[in-house]
Write a protein that binds this ligand. Sequence first.
Ligand code: ADP
Ligand code: MG
Length: 597
Amino acid sequence: MWRSLFRLRTFVRPYWHWLTAGITAFFVARILEAQVPIFLAMGIDRLAALEEAPSLDALIAADLRTPIIGIVVAVLARYGVVTFARFMVRRTALHVAFDLRQRLFGILQSQGARFFNDYSIGDMMTRAVADISLIQRLFALGTVLVVILIFATIVSFGYMFYLAPSLTLLLIPPLPFVYFYARWSTHKTGIASQAVQEGLSTLSDQVQENLSGIRTIQAMVQEDNEIRRFAGTNDTYAQAFYRQERISSLTAAVMPTLAGISQITILGYGGWMVLEGQMTTGTFVAFFFYVRMALQPVRVAGFIVNLFQRAAIASDRLFEVMHLEPEIPDTPSGQTPATIRGAIELNNLHFRYPKASTNALDGIDLTVKEGEAITIMGPVGCGKSTLLRLLVRLLEPEPNAVLIDGFAARDYPLKQLRLDIALVPQDPFLFGQSLGANITYDQPDRPPSAIRSAADAADLGRTLERFPEGLDTPVGERGVTLSGGQKQRATLARGLIRNAPVLLLDDCFSSVDTETEDRILSALRRLRRGKTTILVSHRVSTARTSDRIVMLDQGRIVELGSHDELLRRGGAYAELERLQREGDSSPQVKDPAELPT
Ligand code: ADP
Ligand code: MG
């Protein structure tokens, strides 16, 4: 447990002075608290020493003034000191949590395919929210309690020993039991807490998946099944929590029992000492206060143990992620040119996804000249998207398998590579912002005219006319939900506006009808003249306009050439052309959102 918590030290270091100030203040507070019984004892003993009842005024004036003022001052000072101490540790806790969240988020930004295969989004959200708040609680509350526990014990036992050593020694024997009990419950709580946190991860995973797929679930009338499945997960979580609560309840109940034993000891032996004249009544009363002071934090020992255990597990779960290196290292050679011109060379490019049994790409050789337009075709799963991802190092190719302008892709700064080679991914994703902000996502300060013309090139013009707010229409998570085709064109506009030396379009016309596609293609030809463009498509009508066509199958190039060349060859492409030409007479399926309304 301590090793797990010790890992947090680098995050605490910047705030160490606050934490030290807080802890010191807590110590001072204990000393102040310990003064109260001293003054109390003084008052009681002075009262007991009186021979006859004096007048109230005389009493306050003479004998009780010091104890009363002493108690008032001690209590008020303690109040101030404790307020300061709490503020200091909470401030530390808040900053540590902030830094942890920021760091975790940063780490997530540099992860790739392998990471997102291994960890689910729900799990990451639990770590970023629940686990970090457990650590925050540890600092805000745990340190306070431990500090109180230690200082209260030291200070109260110190004072008791000073007042009556023999009575204090009698109070010590039960203490080892506290220790063993604490160890036992630490162990038990640890097991239970781990289960709780894992249960929470599974739970949020399931909610996350369910909500993302809610339309599919409703369309297939699987709500009841989903609810049942959720009940299972929910129950596992509740059971784990139940076990944890049972242990901590048990711990909470044991400590007051110990307090009772101590009180009986004081009453018996202490009372005898008073009768024998070995101890004053005031000291006798003060003892009860000190025992209370010593045992009060022990009462919450179970809670503390729980807090530490859970924070330790949370820390392990966080550092499991924090220790990850960026999946795609950014170590530019410094030798590469400042701008990419757009010649691409693939040399025997292989790629296999983690845990896959076959290669997604299996020896691709291809040279794309600067300014060339290439269409990649092939059946689903043949490796088209994989190829494009390798070009921008969203996946990592072998060192010299991908050359850009003659330099290995990994020699370029990652940022430059991905800026100069603009990839429009296959699944269109829009952020919860305005349509315009989505299009100019990479550079929010572009003039509206630039956004407008990119939107027009992607044939979004008519769509925009239908939105009263035009480019300011909110889309994505909290706005107007666009149709598949509209989303595709919005992401296409996002790619076009960048005017990058190389543009990669991954199946960006699959949800638009052929007429729209034709309009976009002619805009594309105009905008991309002299610049390298690689697009993935299923349509011969798209492919025929490009300089060369790559036919992929099972990760290999099976045909390569211009439209005319491939038709003459009479291979897979020619067959595809024939099928699509004959299929053309059947009515085109249009994106419903594009039909006149
Ligand atoms: P395409 O874009 O041509 O449809 P992909 O490049 O997406 O094909 O996929 C090529 C192969 O790699 C397929 O067999 C697919 O199942 C596999 N694949 C794609 N993405 C992953 C992934 N993240 N993890 C494991 N295998 C993948
Ligand atoms: Mg694909």
